[in-house]
Design a protein around this ligand. Structure first.
Ligand code: FES
Length: 132
């Protein structure tokens, strides 16, 4: 059975005020999904599904190491694009271990006119828990 969500997909939604997103990982629920928001060290914002693709632990409960996030459960490490970049138990990065990253655009300007909204890329999906 296909899950139906009462949200428009492939559309822009407000996730947070700019001042709320900083060095600390911020957990939000958006469109029925847990979302992790944070800023990279260069100040650019990141939005990832807050669910480790391994055993679905919330990445926001893990620790940041620079611009990477260490999962609190088994320690897989993900970069700000949601790609697994380190496996503490092996040199091998597990295949297909990535978490969906969302495009991000700030609508905050001093002139009052918003920036151009970029086209949305085709959305990647993270596993739905519990698996159906
Ligand atoms: S649940 Fe994240 S590494 Fe296992």
């Amino acid at each position: 059975m296909t899950e139906t969500k009462p949200f428009l997909e492939n559309a822009w939604y407000m996730a947070a005020w700019s001042h709320e997103v900083g060095e600390d990982m911020l957990r939000r629920r958006l469109l029925g999904e847990p979302i992790l928001l944070m800023r990279r060290q260069d100040g650019t914002a990141v939005a990832l599904v807050d669910r480790c693709p391994h055993r679905y632990a919330p990445l926001s409960k893990g620790e940041r190491e620079g611009d990477t996030i260490v999962c609190p459960y088994h320690g897989l490490t993900f970069d700000a694009a949601g790609q697994c970049v380190r496996n503490p138990f092996s040199e091998k990065i597990p295949a297909a271990r990535s978490c969906a990253a969302f495009p991000w655009s700030s609508a905050t300007t001093s002139s009052g006119s918003g920036p151009a909204i970029p086209r949305l890329p085709k959305r990647r999906r993270c596993p739905i828990f519990p698996p159906s």
